[in-house]
Design a protein around this ligand. Sequence first.
Ligand code: NAD
Ligand code: UD1
Length: 349
Amino acid sequence: MNLERRTKKSSKRSVLVTGGTGYIGSHTVVALIAAGYNPIIADNLSNSKASVLKRIEKITGKLPLFYKIDLRNTTALNKIFQKNSITSVIHFAGFKAVGESVAEPLKYYENNIQSAISLCKVMDRHKVKKIIFSSSASVYGEASANPIKESSATATTNPYAHTKLIIEEILKSVYVADPEWRIALLRYFNPVGAHESGLMGEDPQGIPNNLMPYISQVAVGRHKKVNIFGNDYPTVDGTGVRDYIHVMDLAEGHVAALKKIDTTIFSVPRVINLGTGKGRSVMEILRAFEKASGKVISYRITKRRPGDIAVCYADTKLAKKILGWKTKRNLADMCNDAWRWQSQNPKGY
Ligand code: NAD
Ligand code: UD1
């Protein structure tokens, strides 16, 4: 009887984390374990390495169950649901490079959308109807006002962002067809930083597209200078302003969302921004990273990157109201933790 109750209890907390060996997924797995959940990872390792699993074990004392599968392989996915009592899903898996999505749109539509459809079909077959989806602030495009509210108009400017919006719509349609589904659509702003242990962090393949990993690779000597894409924006110092959020705060935001969908029936799928609500310029980030690393970071001003916007930061009221969650870590934490990870792992995992 006791055993049965225990089994039931532990199975209740099994969460399938797609893309769980990736940057945000792996940090969320750590936060889930800390919160008493049993995360099960499904990832095809197209943009991550299995060695992160040992790091998760080192931090948490628990080696999560891992399945190397492509989510589009519905048969393989079905087997995971047959073997495990999964009750909810956090869906991180997908391609995320904006520039690549412009050059290879079909690759993005095929991978991101087919993965989401395959996942929903298998979830439905197994009556698992709770899902948290990784959406992105990129769905807002150039918003007319900051901070950006969830009710702001969407205006995607590239295929990557468009896949996010399409998947949001797919999930809303799934809910219309079956209101038993509980769906959280989390729109992330700019995730940065690393686990405070320095054991886990962002490990981009090739030259990083994003600012913070580029700066940290300059600090560690992998590149000479940071290219600052324009200093003629209408901002505090002319450089672009973004809402940088510590990846562990983001991870904890997922735990809060999971607790919410475990206990409350959302009347409709909820779109929720996850950000800090503060905008920081490129120069502010660079200076904060110099302070954290004790290194001088060389830079040069280049022309604007096509498609970039001047300013983007979140209105965070809804996250606070619905999830009872807000960020705890500041810019110094983001830079200190990113530097600890980068300096201890100059070549990544
Ligand atoms: P990531 O690339 O580190 O992680 C994504 C993981 O998904 C990778 O491990 C990859 O191997 C896996 N994957 C991709 N396609 C797959 C498939 N068909 N089957 C199985 N696994 C597959 O990216 P991340 O930064 O951790 O982002 C996670 C999610 O959050 C993505 O959906 C991304 O679009 C979204 N997001 C990220 C950011 C960001 O700046 N990092 C911002 C907003 C939204
Ligand atoms: C990028 C994606 C966006 C995604 C977000 C998540 C693009 C165009 N947009 O947003 O869809 O949701 O990541 O994190 O890729 N910068 C430099 N030099 C660099 C890199 C960046 O000056 O080498 C500047 C950019 O102009 C921008 C800021 O730094 O002002 C942040 O850039 P980045 O980290 O790429 O994020 P976003 O462009 O906000």
